[in-house]
Design a protein around this ligand. Structure first.
Ligand SMILES: Nc1ncnc2c1ncn2[C@@H]1O[C@H](COP(=O)(O)OP(=O)(O)OP(=O)(O)O)[C@@H](O)[C@H]1O
Ligand SMILES: [Mg+2]
Length: 1009
């Protein structure tokens, strides 16, 4: 026995769980039955037991009984016996008896001895009918006191009596108010003549019976399951390997992970193999023989290929395979067969004797050489290489692997496969005496290709190893450029695991190619050098990039030119020159596009959307990145650049307050299983951010933990981009949990980091929001300090530190300006909180309350300008709070109304609650919501400022929903505005309103939206 580790939490299945709970909730309003089907190990039991646990907590009674596998004539009524036993344990035999009409339990004695001797003299048929009625009555009475869920597990093993009783109960469910019946069964066991089939078909005809097909977990959830089982984020290669083999079946995931630390075992665990082979071994021998052949061919085999390999005529082949299809071992499609699960294939293949093994693979390879058309065009070379290798034909395996690797490399998408094939070439190299002649390439060339493929596939450690091996074979004196580029490649790959030798490699490389020796190579090394310079974004970096650009242009090295332009764009943006930055990035894109350097192109796109986001152009940023994702898919880079771009899209949507869309993007990207850990970390961190704001603290805590685990695995050259947002999330989470002291501790830790390993000033974009969160922690802690001098003292001290940090922080673009204003306002609020704390330390700055409303108004205006509804709502709330404290009501009502509207549309519950509480305390009701209307007299045509804004959008042809989205109001409100505008302007259509606006040159000075 091996101890299988399981996941402590149910992964995925939210929808299914909700469906079950919904049905239980509705069971009072009508009968309901759910038939949960799915293959073995897919998680039926786990799902229903989670449901059972939750329902019990919610006060429902859950009765469970499982069917047991005991041949065809199993234990009669086994699951019902279990249910009764459970009830007796709970209520006592007398308690159960008390529930029945007349207290008669004699019939139950057939099931449980606790009910005394069964009377043997009654007619068998009558006794059975009475038993059925008794069970029905029992359930009915149980449901009188609360909802009941009856759970019958593994119905594929149900004996005849159980099936009959089940059919009886389901059929009479109309009288069973408040009882939900759930039945689970293995769909893969239901061969054509299985006795459960007709019952399921019969039940499914009833209107209150629903079927739920439990599918395997998708990629994202399968990865999550692996992480849960291991207790950490898996390395991407491990996650890939597990998904490839288990294909989302949770049981198989567990089996593959048992006893494994870092890799999936190459052989199936014996227990799993036996389990998988049960169905195969029941099949007729000729069927098994064809299955063994098919197992050598792969997960799916075309009919024609299989016919060629087995030498069977078409009809005979079909006949031989039919039992396998009927037993659900294979599934058939138009012209081929797939194993229902790849692990069944593996187990079958494991069962093949070694000699037979070689013979089968040779037959496949030969069949494919004779007719490559037997498989889809792109696969022929790869499959041949696989079969020759598996057939141990070293010479043919070497040559065909090389050919296939070339093809995989050309096809762009197949870097991982290419890497495997090149690995094979290297493995076979020494066994083939004239290897170099056979493939027409040297060992060194193969190593270089492998290093590059590894880089593209995101396997940086292997890539660095290949590059090192290649460096051992190259003579730097004879081929300095080649050596320099290998060093550069190794540096890039080492950079991913946070290796210190990166700079040393780059320096050696640069020394190998002084100016005038190999300018293309020098240019390339320089660009990489710039991004790894000791002081990122400093003058050294700029000098390196500029030299690189000149050299790359002279040498017509387009890819390097694009990279240099991109880095230049990054540096310009850092220096605050966004327009110039965008210009450089556009050039980088164009050059990369012309050169077909897609990776480079997408990296320019990533930077471009980053710059736009920093400029407060959230919508453009999202659109640019979104378009980049589409290209990434076309270029076969969906998992690498594509998922990176998803971070950018999600960030911008997050800023725009389009959180549902942001979550969609995040989930979708995670489902692709990003190649890099840092990408997962950033995606999960954003998900956590949204969860906190929506009040889903458990979800947020979970996201934060997984994000942190993922960041822990990866190494960074600029950790800030990942570490800073996580630090912020930690603080926010604790604040939301109502733990001010813990929030302060997290903020202090972040400030300590800022004094040490994290240079906040390098990443102002992420650092400003961190400072804002930290200063909120100061306010909260000071307010909670009471007589706790230590806490109040720490709060005061941190406030001073944060102000000092803020004073040194660059402010780049309008978003950071808004960040700074919000920070300053919150710092004043914190100062007041510290000053007025009962345990206030002596040395606090003076009163600040007078300045607070204006400070928040300034922040609100800044957030309004960059179109970020959430911080805008916060600023409005704080401004109102401070104004109310100072006795100004009118403006406060208007601010609160706006804030409430924004918080509602974001579904930011905690914020909405806080706004509502303030409004109630200040007795500002919804009636005041229409209060202040702006200064109508000052605007043309008597339009309010808001109406003018709406008219501007109407004049630009925007629809009500578009206007609503842009102004963060509902479509209905937008339509009310439009009607008012038409009335005031005296027109009867939007078109006329737009025309009037143009005629009056109302918006000539304002840029288009
Ligand atoms: N969604 C999930 N999250 C976490 N673990 C899961 C999930 N689904 C299944 N598992 C785990 O996978 C294993 C197999 O699941 P389970 O026993 O529920 O499968 P089953 O569909 O009931 O299979 P069988 O047909 O053999 O009864 C269990 O250890 C279970 O804990
Ligand atoms: Mg089960």
């Amino acid at each position: 026995m091996t101890a299988r580790a399981t996941s402590p939490v149910l992964v995925g299945r939210t929808e299914q769980l909700a469906a079950l709970e919904g049905s239980l909730g509705r069971s009072r309003r009508g009968p309901s039955v759910i038939l949960v089907g799915g293959e073995a190990g897919v998680g039926k039991s786990r799902l229903v037991s989670e449901f059972a646990a939750r329902s019990r907590t919610a006060g429902a009674r859950v009765l469970t009984g499982g069917c047991v596998e005991l041949g065809t004539e199993g234990l009669p009524f086994a699951p019902f016996t279990a249910v009764l036993r459970e009830l007796v344990r709970d209520l006592g035999a007398d308690g159960v008896a008390a529930l029945l009409p007349g207290g008669v339990t004699r019939d139950f004695a057939r099931l449980l001895p606790e009910f005394g001797p069964a009377d043997s003299d009654t007619d068998h048929i009558v006794a059975r009918a009475r038993l059925f009625e008794q069970v029905l009555a029992l359930l009915e009475r149980l449901a009188d006191t609360g909802p009941v869920a009856l759970l019958i597990e593994d119905a594929h093993w149900a004996d005849r009596s159980t099936r009959d009783l089940l059919a009886f109960l389901v059929g009479r469910q109309q009288i069973l108010d408040g009882v939900l019946i759930i039945v689970t069964y293995r769909s893969d066991e239901l061969h054509r003549t299985h006795p459960l089939r007709p019952l399921l078909a019969e039940l499914a005809r009833l209107s209150w019976v629903e079927r739920m097909d439990l599918a395997r977990l998708d990629r994202r959830h399968a990865d999550e399951l692996v992480a849960r089982i291991l207790g950490r984020e898996p390395e991407p290669a491990l996650a890939d390997a597990v998904f490839q083999r288990a294909d989302g079946n949770p049981l198989f995931v567990e089996e593959l992970l048992c006893d494994c630390d870092n890799s999936v075992p190459s052989m199936l665990p014996a227990s799993l193999r036996d389990m998988l082979l049960i169905a195969v071994r029941r099949l007729p021998e000729p069927t098994q023989e064809v299955l063994r052949a098919a197992s050598a061919g792969g997960q799916r085999n075309g009919h024609a290929l299989l016919a060629a390999v087995t030498g069977l005529p078409d009809d005979d082949l079909s006949r031989a395979l039919r039992p396998a299809v009927e037993a659900n071992v294979l599934t058939a499609d138009a012209d081929g067969y797939s194993f229902r699960h790849d692990l069944i294939r593996e187990a079958t293949l494991d069962d093949v004797l070694p000699g037979e093994h070689t013979r089968l693979h040779t037959r496949f390879a030969e069949a494919l050489e004779a007719d490559p058309g037997l498989v889809p065009p792109a696969r022929a070379a790869m499959e041949q290489a696989y079969h020759w290798y598996a057939a141990h034909d070293t010479v043919r395996a070497l040559a065909s692997s090389w050919r296939a690797a070339e093809e995989a490399g050309r096809a762009m998408v197949a870097h991982a496969e290419q890497l495997t094939l090149l690995g094979r070439v290297l493995e076979l190299w020494d066994k083939v005496p004239d290897a170099e002649q056979r493939i027409g390439a040297s060992h060194l060339t193969v190593l270089e290709r492998a290093a590059r493929a590894a880089r593209m596939a995101g396997e940086h450690e292997r890539g660095a190893a290949f590059a090192s091996a290649a460096l051992n074979e190259v003579d730097p004196a004879a081929e300095p450029a080649r050596a320099a580029l290998l060093l550069e490649m190794r540096a890039l790959q080492r950079g991913h695991s946070g290796n210190d030798e990166v700079l040393a490699d780059l320096q050696t490389a640069l020394d190998l190619v002084p100016p005038g020796v190999a300018d293309a190579a020098r240019a390339r090394v320089l660009v990489t050098m710039a991004t790894h310079a000791g002081q990122p974004y400093g003058p050294e970096a700029l000098a390196a990039v500029e030299e690189a650009l000149t050299l790359a242009r002279q040498a017509s090295a387009a890819t390097t030119e694009a990279a240099a332009l991109r880095e230049l764009g990054v540096l310009r943006a850092r220096a605050g020159d966004n327009r110039e930055a965008l210009e450089m990035l556009a050039q980088a894109r164009a050059v990369a596009g012309r050169a077909g350097a897609y990776d480079s192109l997408l990296r320019a796109v990533i930077e471009e959307s980053h710059v736009l986001e920093g400029m407060g152009e959230h919508e453009r940023a999202a659109n640019v990145a979104q378009a980049g994702i589409a290209s990434a898919q076309d270029y076969g880079l969906a998992r690498s650049s594509g998922t990176f771009l998803a971070i950018n899209v999600a960030e911008s949507l997050f800023s725009l307050g389009r959180w549902d869309e942001a979550m969609d993007v995040i989930e979708h990207a995670l489902a692709l299983s990003p190649t890099q850990q840092d990408i997962r970390a950033a995606l999960r961190q954003l998900a956590g951010e949204i969860a906190v704001r929506r009040g889903d603290l458990a979800g947020a805590a979970e996201s934060a933990a997984t994000a942190r685990a993922a960041v822990g695995l990866a190494g960074y050259r600029h950790p800030g981009q990942y570490q800073i947002p996580l630090a912020r999330l930690d603080i926010e989470l604790r604040l939301a949990e109502g733990k001010p002291a813990a929030a302060l501790a997290a903020a202090l830790a972040a400030a300590a980091d800022a004094a040490g390993r994290l240079d906040l000033a390098l990443d102002p974009r992420y650092a400003w929001p961190l400072l804002a969160a930290a200063v909120r922690a100061v306010t909260a802690a000071a307010r909670a300090a009471g007589r706790d001098r230590a806490l109040a003292g720490q709060a005061a001290e941190l406030l001073a530190r944060l102000r000092a940090l803020a004073a040194q922080m660059p402010v780049n673009g309008p978003v950071q300006q808004a960040d700074r204003l919000a920070f300053s306002a919150e710092a004043l609020r914190a100062q007041e909180a510290v000053r007025t704390a009962p345990a206030a330390p002596a040395a606090v700055a003076g009163r600040a309350e007078q300045e607070i409303p204006a400070a928040w108004d300034a922040a609100a205006a800044a957030w309004e300008r960059v179109g970020q509804p959430y911080p805008l709502a916060v600023a409005l709330l704080r401004a109102a709070e401070a104004a109310l404290a100072a006795g100004y009501r009118d403006g406060s009502a208007e601010r609160l109304r706006r804030a409430a509207e924004l918080a509602d549309s974001l579904r930011a519950r905690p914020l909405a609650v806080e706004i509502g509480a303030l409004a109630r305390n200040a007795r500002i009701g919804p009636a005041d919501r229409r209060g202040a209307r702006g200064d109508a007299a000052a605007t043309p045509l008597g339009l309010t400022a808001r109406e003018l804004e709406v008219l501007r959008l109407v004049a630009h042809g925007q629809s009500n929903p578009e206007i609503a989205a842009r102004l963060f109001i509902s479509a209905k409100t937008a339509s009310v505005h439009v009607s008012n505008i038409m009335a005031k302007v005296g027109v009867s259509s939007r078109g006329e309103a737009a025309a009037a606006a143009h005629r009056m040159h109302l918006f000539d000075a304002v840029p288009a939206p």
